[in-house]
Design a protein around this ligand. Structure first.
Ligand code: ZN
Length: 84
């Protein structure tokens, strides 16, 4: 019983980590073929679901519609901060 009590916080901790990873990984519930919008700029690192997004409003370059897979290949691996 003492051993179990010692292990319990560790199990809970692992469960919390696993849960938050699931919530933060955009690839778990989005298909690589999903259409997204990216700003074709070296500095841009995010992809967008909406073309009229506030994040894309700052784009001084071309806005391109690509699949999520293409966006990742081009280094846009993060969902824009203005979207959820
Ligand atoms: Zn956006």
């Amino acid at each position: 019983m003492k051993k179990l009590l010692k292990a319990l916080p560790l199990i809970l901790f692992s469960a919390i980590i696993a849960f938050s990873f699931n919530g933060e990984d955009p690839r778990t519930n989005i298909s690589p073929n999903t259409k997204v919008f990216i700003c074709v700029s070296e500095g841009a690192y995010a992809y967008h679901y909406k073309k009229n997004c506030r994040g894309l409003g700052n784009c001084k370059h071309e806005i391109k519609e690509v699949t999520l897979e293409e966006a990742f290949k081009k280094g846009k691996k993060k969902l824009c901060g203005w979207e959820d």
